[in-house]
Design a protein around this ligand. Structure first.
Ligand code: FMN
Length: 301
């Protein structure tokens, strides 16, 4: 038994890692071909289903970190995401040309949210969204993030935001069938199945709940997944269980720190090649044709 597992049995990142590692993959070689990893999303084509996560404050990692990440995503022809940051930062990120999804926090002030949606529209983002899982602190009170007050959003409020924009609106932080139904009802054009890198202990691993959520969504809108993805094999497992694309956060932060946009680009390409390697050995022609039945479950989960 390994020590990490025993020292932090509550840790959602650890539980999530254990679940990834519990999933086994069949091989299917006959009739296999060189696979395509191309992703069609919101009318545009990208070279990989591996997207940046909605990160923020990357100046702590590397000077101009958010812009460097965007440049890396652009160079790899991958979708970029951006989390909490001011308008100037979103403008600088989108000015790189990276196709960016802007995730706006659930600020208490709904007018401010509306202004941020309008600003994102003017910047020409690919989509906007909200990390609805970041409204509460762990103490059951409304969270305050870097001095900014948060507040949970009702279905009615989400409907209003979604109605207010022509852009696809993505709800980030869906980890139940209930929220998946509500996201559909709100008119969301995408969801991110995520526990926000362990915002709560004992959170269900995204891939564990993913097949149930995918059934609810039933191909009506794209389903994205993040949390703990560190390899092309992890990406493959997420896609096999029904994700349309994935986001990678912490696994691109070290390459970003060491090598800036080049590091980000290289990491995306490396993981995409790993993904292609598994696709080839599972007779998966393209992202849509990955057969969920290649996944076998170890006992105990
Ligand atoms: C430094 C850092 C900043 C983040 N900032 C945001 C944010 O502003 N908005 C958001 O929705 N998620 C934010 N996240 C969460 C990520 O988008 C993602 O859900 C999480 O890190 C899980 O992915 P990972 O395991 O690949 O890192 C942040 C994560 C990190 C590590």
């Amino acid at each position: 038994m390994n020590n990490i597992k025993h020292s932090k049995p509550w840790d959602s990142d650890q539980i999530t890692r254990d679940y990834f590692d519990s999933l086994l993959v069949e091989m299917r070689h006959i009739d296999a071909v060189i696979p395509s990893t191309k992703l069609e999303l919101y009318g545009e084509t990208f070279d990989t289903p591996i997207m940046m996560a909605a990160l923020s404050h990357l100046h702590n990692v590397r000077e101009n970190g958010m812009v460097e990440m965007a440049k890396g995503a652009l160079a790899a022809n991958a979708v970029n995401w951006a989390g909490m940051g001011d308008e100037a930062e979103i403008a600088a990120i989108t000015a790189t040309g990276a196709r960016t999804i802007s995730i706006i926090k659930p600020y208490a002030d709904n007018e401010y949210i509306s202004r941020r949606i309008e600003h994102a529209e003017r910047c020409g983002v690919l989509a906007v969204g909200m990390d609805v899982d970041h409204a509460f602190g762990g103490n059951g009170k409304y969270d305050v993030v870097l001095g900014e007050k948060m507040k949970p959003k009702s279905l009615a409020e989400l409907k209003e935001f979604i109605k207010s924009t022509k852009l696809p609106f993505i709800i980030k932080g869906v980890l139940s069938e209930q929220d998946a139904y509500k996201a559909l009802e709100a008119g969301a054009k995408g969801i991110v199945v995520s526990h926000h890198h362990g915002i709560m202990n004992y959170a269900v691993p995204p891939l564990y709940i993913l097949p149930k959520i995918v059934k609810v969504i039933n191909h009506q809108i794209p389903v994205f997944v993040d949390c703990g993805i560190v390899s092309g094999m992890d990406v493959f497992k997420a896609l096999a269980l029904g994700a349309d694309a994935v986001s990678v956060g912490r696994a691109i932060m070290e390459p970003l720190k060491i090598n800036g946009s080049e590091g980000v680009k290289d990491q995306i390409i490396k993981m995409t090649e790993e993904l292609a390697g598994v696709m080839a050995r599972t007779c998966s022609v393209d992202l849509k044709s990955i057969d969920p039945s290649v996944i076998q479950y170890r006992k105990g989960w």
